[in-house]
Design a protein around this ligand. Structure first.
Ligand code: KG4
Ligand code: ZN
Length: 330
């Protein structure tokens, strides 16, 4: 069964062809980073306009690279939400129109479900159940995933998402957008013990997060700093260590509470080298799955997995269906 999937929830226009919910035949991502970089964040209206320009060529490229025609596609899907409304509508309406004009079945997919199921595309892949830390620019949460269509949210951020904190700290330091990778790279040149930023655990036995405090702490530090340039690497290292300490503690504790030995990290922040290294060291006998970089950031292959399992359990989506901006899980 071949699925053509489209993802356009934020600033990446993506299309992918996936076979049997597992084998990636193509995975095309057209990033808009250059468009938004000068504004230090995603400008929703610009994102929508650029999706409109990119969507046709990106879908065509996904089919060409997969070496299939539309006749060989059995199901069309697109991200229904959560995300930016204008951006979502471009991909979602394109997919619905394609389904209408070709008669191919359509089922809507959920962006967070896609991230949570992205480890299924790995080889070897985790078996269910697993505990997953979902960390991206828009969301930070821990989920208990018992089956491809069953997700229990154990906790989530009460304010900023972790990727958002990275992006805002990067902006405050004049390092540009998106900040995650830049801070991650520079952190490896700094000494994390030089600056002790606060770790916000909230209730240490529970799974909610808060990242607005550390963002403010870094801003205050920058205001008092005589030379940001000289301390930049240490600030990045201190900031990153404080974030990683909290993420790792909560993920490992969640696995303990669920008595589960399989853990996954998904979403854009799963690309973080410091987080990967720390978890490798601290996971002990647990099995750790973090998808390759191409499947951490927004992509359409993970959307195909969400759709595959929804389709398997009999879901179909009416062409009158609309997009949604806020998360529906939990
Ligand atoms: O999943 P994603 O591509 O989009 C959303 O659904 O939000 O995640 C993007 C986020 C951005 O905030 C970016 O700064 C962050 O992921 N990110 C990272 C790294 N690479 C990307 N954060 C920390 N370390 C990284 N290496
Ligand atoms: Zn995402």
């Amino acid at each position: 069964m071949r699925i053509l999937a489209i993802e356009s929830s934020c600033d990446e226009t993506a299309a992918s062809v996936v076979e049997n919910g597992k084998k990636i035949l193509s995975n095309i991502v057209a990033s808009q980073i250059d468009v938004h970089a000068e504004f230090g964040g995603v400008v929703p209206e610009l994102a929508a306009r650029h999706h409109l320009e990119a969507i046709g060529p990106v879908v065509r490229k996904a089919l060409t690279e997969a070496n299939v025609t539309l006749n060989e596609i059995n199901l069309i899907t697109a991200t229904q939400g959560p995300g930016l409304m204008g951006a979502l509508l471009c991909g979602f309406c394109f997919a619905k129109s394609l389904s209408f004009s070709t008669g191919i079945d359509f089922v809507a997919a959920d962006h967070l479900e896609g991230h949570l199921l992205s480890p299924i595309l790995m080889d070897p892949a985790p078996t269910f159940p697993y505990v997953a830390l979902l960390a991206s620019g828009g969301h930070t949460a821990i989920y208990w995933v018992t089956a491809p269509t069953e997700f229990e949210k154990m906790g989530q951020t009460l304010d900023d998402a972790v990727g958002e904190a990275y992006d805002k700290v990067s902006k405050a330091m004049g390092m540009g957008y998106p900040g995650g990778k830049m801070i991650d790279d520079l952190a490896h040149e700094g000494d994390a013990s030089k600056i002790n930023f606060p770790r916000t655990y909230l209730d240490k036995d529970k799974f909610n997060f808060s990242f607005s405090g550390i963002k403010t702490a870094v801003s205050r530090y920058l205001e008092m700093c005589s030379s940001i340039e000289a301390e930049k690497a240490n600030i990045c290292a201190g900031f990153q260590k404080a974030i990683i300490d909290v993420l790792v503690h909560k993920l490992l504790h969640a696995a303990k509470v669920k008595d589960c030995s399989t853990i996954c990290v998904v979403g854009g922040v799963a690309a973080n080298k410091g987080l990967r290294e720390t978890l490798e060291k601290e996971k002990r006998e647990m099995e750790l799955f973090i998808p390759p970089l191409s499947l951490c950031g927004d992509n359409a292959a993970m959307i195909a997995v969400s759709a595959y399992w929804r389709y398997q359990r009999g879901e179909r989506t009416f062409l009158a269906a609309d997009t949604y901006s806020q998360q529906r899980h939990g």
